[in-house]
Design a protein around this ligand. Structure first.
Ligand SMILES: Nc1ncnc2c1ncn2[C@@H]1O[C@H](COP(=O)(O)OP(=O)(O)OP(=O)(O)O)[C@@H](O)[C@H]1O
Length: 301
């Protein structure tokens, strides 16, 4: 049974339709992403799931409960990442965790959480003295302090430098490995590709696709382009005869082979049999960026 189920969600702000007919289901233990540009309706969808907004239409179920009616119960079982400015400057890291731990029936061990999140030496540091990455990690710690079954992370790595972003991704995988289901809202393609088991692409308040990152890419175009310099001339017809290969071109000593499926394996096997070494080998594949453009007609970032 899915831990989150959204069916035909509809939400308006006055005349403005923010979410129209959004449906998806999240299975226990997965990292499920909601990916879309600014204004796509991601936050509205998540706020309905958190019980913060009432839908105008559709049904929502979180852990088998109704987000609005059962908000108190769900608050114990679903961890929500706070936005940065929601903590007082002078509150120390340890105090924040102890305070939040007191809200929950079965809090996690704050010391252990601080260690997992690399904040053990920041226990006595005031919130305002933390770096952007540390504030972000604290907000994740606060989302996890109640030992939630589901964590909702909205714009997880916005404003972080590339290294802190990668560290945060590693951390989220560790959290998932401990059995927490993660609903991740993002407008970073790389983040979605790296972290999500499956994702819903949302645009203009609608779900335009739901799949694994690889499935989204394959659905758009699975053609690959292989480029290399053969160590000695090779008969192009041999490459063209491979069923996976579509075209073979030669540009100044470089061969460019396009094809589908297992074309890379087919080409490299043939070269190995012919004892030809492929120098400067490069493979270009469609990316999630290409999939997004194909699905929505525009680029994300
Ligand atoms: N309180 C509100 N009143 C009126 N319109 C709103 C309100 N909140 C959001 N909207 C509008 O609804 C649409 C969806 O907004 P939402 O915040 O859900 O999108 P989003 O995908 O989360 O975008 P972002 O990445 O910018 O947060 C947008 O056009 C937005 O301007």
């Amino acid at each position: 049974m899915p831990v989150i189920e959204v069916r035909g969600l509809h939400k308006r702000y006055g005349e403005k339709v923010a979410v129209r007919d959004v449906s998806f289901a999240v299975e226990r233990g997965e990292i499920f992403g909601i990916l879309g540009p600014n204004g796509a309706g991601k936050t509205t969808t998540v706020e309905c799931l958190e019980g913060l907004r009432s839908p105008d239409g559709g049904t929502l179920s979180v852990l088998g409960l109704d987000p609005h009616r059962d908000r108190d119960e769900l608050r114990q079982r679903v961890g929500i990442q706070l936005q940065e400015s929601q903590l007082p400057d002078k509150l120390r890291v340890g105090e924040a965790l102890d305070l939040y731990a007191s809200f929950y029936r079965t809090p996690a061990n704050p010391e252990k959480l601080l260690t997992t999140l690399g904040l053990a030496d920041k226990r006595d540091t005031a919130y305002k003295k933390l770096s952007g990455g540390q504030k972000q990690r604290l907000s994740i710690a606060l989302a996890l302090i109640g030992s939630p079954e589901i964590a909702v992370l909205d714009e997880l790595t916005t404003g972080l430098d590339p290294q802190s972003r990668r560290d945060t991704w590693d951390l989220i995988e560790t959290v998932r490995d401990q059995g927490v289901t993660i609903l991740l809202v993002t407008h970073f393609m790389e983040e979605a590709e790296r972290l999500c088991d499956r994702l819903a692409v949302i645009d203009g308040g609608r779900v335009v696709a739901i799949d694994t990152p690889a499935g989204l890419v394959a659905g758009v175009n699975d053609e690959q382009r292989i480029r290399f310099r053969p160590s000695r001339p090779i008969d192009r017809r041999e490459l063209e005869a491979l069923p996976e290969v579509r075209t073979v071109e030669e540009h100044g000593g470089q061969l460019v082979v396009t094809g589908r499926g297992n074309v890379l394996h087919a080409v490299t096997s043939l070269l190995a049999r012919a004892q030809v070494i492929a120098g400067d080998l490069r493979v270009d594949q469609a990316s999630l960026d290409d999939a997004f453009v194909a699905l929505t007609g525009r680029k994300l970032d």
